[in-house]
Design a protein around this ligand. Sequence first.
Ligand SMILES: [Zn+2]
Length: 537
Amino acid sequence: MKNKTTIFSKNLFPFLAACTIVVFSACSTLMGGIGGDQQVPSDYPPYPEIDNTPVSFNILQMNDVYEIAPLEKGKVGGMARVATFRNQLLDENYNLMTVLAGDFLSPSLLGTMKYEGKSIKGRQMVEVMNALGVGLVAYGNHEFDVKETELQQRMDESYFDWLGTNVLHQKGNKIEPFYKESYDYKYFAPETYVWEIENYNGKPVRVGFYSATINDNQQPWVYYEDPYQEATKAYLELVQNCDVIVALTHLEIGQDMKLAALLPKTKLIMGGHEHENSLDTIGNVVIAKADANAKTVWVHRFTYYPDTKITSLESELVPITDEIEADPDVDEIVQRWQEVLTQQIKTVVDDPNQVIYHAKTPLDGREKSVRNFQTNLAGTIAAGMAASAKKPVDAAFFNGGSIRLDDQLVGDITAVDVFRALPFGGGIYEVELKGNVLKKALDAGMENKGLGGYLQWFNIEFNESSKSWKVAGKPLSDSKIYRIMVSQYVFEGKESRLDFFNQKNFIKWETAKEGDEKDLRSDIRKAVINYMKGLRQ
Ligand SMILES: [Zn+2]
């Protein structure tokens, strides 16, 4: 596969010369023992004739960004603020690459909504990333949540490059790289990417990137190769012709560490997938992850010394807060999409930004949690479902996968937060069924542990050692008739292992009448918002 090369044009020469000198002298004190025989000239001539001039360059790293607007009542995150910060970095050193280490097309509340007759599905993110100046991305597992055609549209819309070292497009029997199409020309996602930075004496420094993506989002149209094997192949190629090697990955931290041990000349692995910031070192390889949703970003400042071939690296974690002003151009795009969001939420609740609850303990809506154990956020949702019943019910449950927040909620919670947690909405059903059917459904939910079909419940207990169930405080009886609240997705038997859960196996069922917006059962979000408002603060 061909490499993608970016070369700065010659007319930037005087500017680059100036900024290289400035950054070098600023960094020289940090250099300490690295390349100890390095002489730092006190007086640079404007156009020095010496070769081997150190070259400085920066990489701005984000990962796992789903929200374009600030979060936590506007205090943290926000892509317009990242844009302002990026402009400051450009003033510091024009040799800047902005990267996003996967997970941005999904999930988000806005992404699930429709605009101009089509599902938005990450279109808002690509538009913002284009305006912000993102240069390179790796594929994350969430890039394959959207449909094949939707990913193609997003790739075609993007101005940035996509690096797919172990990710390929399965088209029937054919396996080929993903591409983006522009003016009838297909740009195939490369396996390696080389950023060529021109030194001011004309000698370029080549920064090689490889990537690796976790293979846990299986789709018939996505072909995953082994991440270690493919990264190794890419690395061996880059070692031959690059001065500095970095990786842009979307793996679990343990996998990144394994990769670091395997490919020790990698200077830096910029990763994602985990949502909390981290900085680790394996041998000489640094592994950095930022907080999700641009609550923080990493700035990696490199200086390459051609004579010793040594690279110095200083990584700085920068919080993105309301102390950074929003860039007006990017903010205009963010505001336009926020308006689309507000208008759509208003079709379900009157005041999207009203504070409905104050959470002192974080409410856990992280994917890893809601698919594996009962969480406080899921319990609140299930309790809200039960509270919306017309006749008292014994219990309530829904599929954990319908929570798409992949985050925790803390402090003031608004109706918008409930929509973010449950972007797909759907009705709630009051179902009467026999204990043996209920038991089969609950057992299936347990078997779905780790998957979206793991059930989250209210008024149900499971005894791990005896594998037995209690409903409304009493052991589940096969012959007893139970009245249970379930979400629409579960009611329709759409969840894996729950296809038997359908109207043939119910004694009775009812839900909100078509068009009866006042009935809380018409939308799970409405029921949950109403329930949370009534909770003691
Ligand atoms: Zn991920």
